[in-house]
Design a binder for this molecule. Sequence first.
Ligand code: FAD
Length: 404
Amino acid sequence: MLAGNPGEQMQLEYDVLVVGAGPGGSVAAKYAAKSGCDTLLIEKRQEIGTPVRCGEGIAKRWLDDVGIEPSKKWIAAEVDGARIISPNGTILTVDESRAGNECGYVIHRDVFDLSLAQQAAAAGAEVMVKTAATSILKEDGKIVGVRAKSMGKEFEIRAKVVIGADGFESQIGRWAGLNTNLKPKDVDSCYQYTLVGVDIDRRYTDFFIGSIAPGGYIWMFPKGDDIANVGIGVQMSKIKSPGEAKMYLDRFIEKHPEFRKGRPIMEVAGGVSISAPLERTTLPGLMLVGDAARMIDPVTGGGIYNACVAGRIAGEVAGQAVAENDVSQSMMDRYEQGWRAKMEEHLYRNYLMKEKITNMDDETFDKLVHAMTTVDMQRMTTLEILRAIQKKYPELVKEFEEFM
Ligand code: FAD
């Protein structure tokens, strides 16, 4: 029977239910379906991928790990590297292979998300849009599904395993009893324009740091010769209202003629967690993936990569759980251990790093960026940067010694 006619003869029992068709959810649904599970992916929006709330920068090297083939359909631009621009204009240029997870491709995020959902469907998952989870079903200490609403009708969807991939504003974790609260210092308020007619070097993604964006940064991600996403993330604890992010961005654009001449064709606002990941991302029958589990990199604010990597692990563990008819905590812990082995150390280190960086003044940023231009780095990880600077300017990174 057709998905999309809730309340009629719809099948309401699945092996695996994935809530949220962002990158994390679609990848999870794909791998759950690939392992033979009867899988349903639900998305509250009517169209997967829109509206876009993203800078649209991703690295190249991880795509293969989650079975994503680069496609012209969703690659808007390919960049050679990233530039970090300090308050006094010092530029550090890093080639793509050494840059972080937000450099390599600038994508059309709507097409990207849709293509991941297509892959999930091609692997056998059912996809239902305009279908929102409204509460969680719990029985005998296990999560056994959700109540959902679609086209005004309410119904239950039961599943052996539920994967919560419902993004930054996630409710699934909270409804299930996990602590997903965020402090203002662990949230960035973001605002972004897509500007046409800008004067940019499309070979680079640019990151402007310092007091122009308190606790965050301003980015320029080129989508073509004269079109770019120009956006800002500002730490919530440093502003009075989320709307101030736009004010900081407008002020910056006003001072930069190369951006000022651009005309906006799109504006987006959104939140990004810059916290440490959740202490617990599983319960019997439940796994949380991506932004819902606070897996965003606290320094860069990038989360597509981590959501996809965790999505794959969650989908595979769901497959094992169903095959072994075991949704106990120890089975779900396979996911907990799997994603932590891949990214926890990096996320925690960057969280501590973020705590320090957000209180740095412009002068220190200038010194750090200058120091980085004079040292040799194999890769642009925070640890590499610190170690490289330490060799030459130990006094500059004294504060960071604890996590080196
Ligand atoms: P999401 O992509 O948020 O997907 C969650 C999905 O769940 C959504 O489609 C939502 O509609 C759906 N949903 C929510 N609740 C329900 C419900 N109750 N029932 C059904 N469906 C539900 N990351 C990068 O890597 N690079 C960048 O350049 C970058 N720039 C960013 C710029 C901005 C302004 C913002 C806000 C974020 C940016 N990020 C970036 C972060 C990135 O967008 C996220 O990390 C990524 O989308 C996480 O994927 P996800 O699948 O976990 O969640």
